[in-house]
Design a protein around this ligand. Sequence first.
Ligand SMILES: Nc1ncnc2c1ncn2[C@@H]1O[C@H](COP(=O)(O)OP(=O)(O)OP(=O)(O)O)[C@@H](O)[C@H]1O
Ligand SMILES: [Mg+2]
Length: 501
Amino acid sequence: MPSVAMMAARSVRIPSYPSPRLYSPGTSFASRLHVNRFPASRLPFSRFQSSAPGTEGRGTHSGLSTSWSRGLFRSSQRIRRFFVKFQESQRWFSGKIKALLPQTNMGLGLATIFVGSAGNVVYAQYSNLVREKRLHSALAMGAVPDVKSTEELVERPDVTRAIEYILKPKRNYGSYDMIVGNHGTGKTTMVRHVAHQLEGVLYVDISPNSVSDKTFAEAFAKAFNWTPATSLVDMLLSYWGMGARETADDRALLVKVFKEFRHQAEVFEKNKGRPPVLVLDNVNRLAQRNPELLNILQDIAKDAADDRLFITVFVTSEGQAPIQMLGRSASSRLGEVVEIGDLNDDEAMDFLCNKRAIAESGARDIYGLVGGRVGLLARTANKLNSGLDFPVLAGVRASLLADVNKVLQEAGMEEEGESRRAGLQIASHILQHGRISRRDFYRISGSKQQGNELLSKNVFTTAPRSAWVVFDTKMMEIALRELVDNSGDPTTTVKLPETRK
Ligand SMILES: Nc1ncnc2c1ncn2[C@@H]1O[C@H](COP(=O)(O)OP(=O)(O)OP(=O)(O)O)[C@@H](O)[C@H]1O
Ligand SMILES: [Mg+2]
């Protein structure tokens, strides 16, 4: 029984299918040896062929000795038999070749498949190499998109320093972090502006369209320059007309992208001596519409931090997302919490006067109306810069008040709303003391759940790990002051110990 090695060695020796040209009738070796081109009559000693039976040994050539002629005769007979046999076998061979001719097309086909498959192998190798480079470049310097008009940005050195600190983690840092702040405080702008100047940051924006498992995985893949690796097996299967294997489901796609991100994180860590950072912006959208996915991402962040692989930074507005995340056991691995608040007086005036060229008195009016929320300042400045003056401010005020009333309604604080009384009591306390402790806040709310409802609806706000609760916006403060003043309800004024202030 031949061994496998022997058989392999043999198979190597088996010549490949020759091209049909070699068998074409015009050029084949067989055709050159065609029987008609070698008639026996033309052969030497042909005269012996025509000898009549029984005349052997007599010869026709007189003068030749008998023994010589007998020897000559025997030799000629042998040669004759050889040529007869040759002609027979040549005829047989020609027949077989003719039968094989259709199969030579198969030979050509096999050769084509072989060359095509080899081409596929080369292509797969090349495209995977290009892909690897693309993935690598996702963590390069400036891979995070910068904000549009950087010259209009008001400088916030403290915020910049704090963000830079968490975006450049030390080797062996074993936590994930959070950047938190109310809507329009400038989180996205500042994170992108700082991250754009650093290497080792992958930024994923969770837009309203990327909250499902599938669309989030796609957004992540896009930010990471991820495309499926070119699978040689799938390529060859499809090339051979056998169809590719099944495509992965939504979660499987997420797993795949994270798997490769882990790999790139390892490479980065090895080269730079510190872990890279994955920034997930707007995770508050997940808390609202896909809380399960937020849990998964938090668990991934925890595991990656434990493995010292990469650091995740969750960017979120205050409210539901931090409440959800802090309520889980994975919060034990939460490290830095950077809170981004409103611009202070100087920063707000700098923004309005120097970046938006608004006169100081006008700037004061705007600041008095909207406070230091940079998003609102920018919106108001845009309207003012369009040429109008006082009516614009009145218009801004009216639109802000409309927004606030909508929020109050959603939080159940409208007239006769179930949270109206508790909400006004809390507001009254904040107006008196500037803030309220978390403990008193939840106590007046009636329950943890009702308190969280008021926080997640953006009437009041607090930061993770902060012991205090305040108004969500300046306009909310103005609106609630009016409501408290007009309520005439003595129970809205609650007496709480001053020491907690
Ligand atoms: N430092 C800054 N200087 C000038 N304008 C700024 C600055 N930061 C933010 N802005 C402007 O304020 C607006 C809101 O900013 P941004 O979108 O970054 O806030 P955000 O906190 O991410 O809001 P959200 O919670 O809704 O996502 C934008 O128009 C932005 O251009
Ligand atoms: Mg944002």
